[in-house]
Design a protein around this ligand. Sequence first.
Ligand SMILES: Nc1ncnc2c1ncn2[C@@H]1O[C@H](COP(=O)(O)OP(=O)(O)O)[C@@H](O)[C@H]1O
Ligand SMILES: [Mg+2]
Length: 202
Amino acid sequence: MLECRGITFSYDKNHKKLFQDIDLKINPGEIVGMPGPSGQGKSTLAKVLSGYLQPQVGTVLVDGSPLPAGKNPVQLIFQNPEHAVNPHWNVRKILNEGGIINPELSKNFGIQNFWLDRFPHELSGGELQRICLVRALCSNLRYLICDEITSMLDALTQAGIWHSLLQEIEKRQLGVLVISHDNALIARLCSRVVHFFEDTGK
Ligand SMILES: Nc1ncnc2c1ncn2[C@@H]1O[C@H](COP(=O)(O)OP(=O)(O)O)[C@@H](O)[C@H]1O
Ligand SMILES: [Mg+2]
């Protein structure tokens, strides 16, 4: 399982802690929801869980061991796919970052062959998000952290992406954290919800 124990984080040690003493476990095949309003630290926790940020206190473990160097079994998918790709690379090169391009996976995510020679700015947001997902899924992925991954997209595109993704989650028994301010989406997708970031009603 993916497990974090007693995580405390602040960006600046002179300032107040963004969150403290967070414990979370995600089992393979389990989809866990994490709702919460903007600015409370959800994306920061997502980066801690995937090894991009080091917490001041606490540990992140995959099957009892720290995150390995090299290809990360915990992949983070960002809200804005433009921030997750090199704008100077074409789609073929971007996908190759994850490993060998898997034609069946590409087909399931509706990736067209002629996109491979395009650059990120020549794709829609939804198309580019599919590329980011397939790139993550081409690697030795075990856990997926989805940080508002469809929040920028219309309802139809959102449904299409989750439809493709749910098939892979089921087939490969991936553990998934779904971060979203959309409670209806979380209710539909997740078997369990963690409430670390509550709406204070302000
Ligand atoms: N790199 C950073 N350096 C300093 N403060 C940051 C940084 N990234 C985010 N923050 C601050 O941390 C808080 C939480 O941000 P974030 O984790 O993005 O929240 P959320 O995803 O819940 O909207 C915000 O107040 C934000 O301004
Ligand atoms: Mg965020």
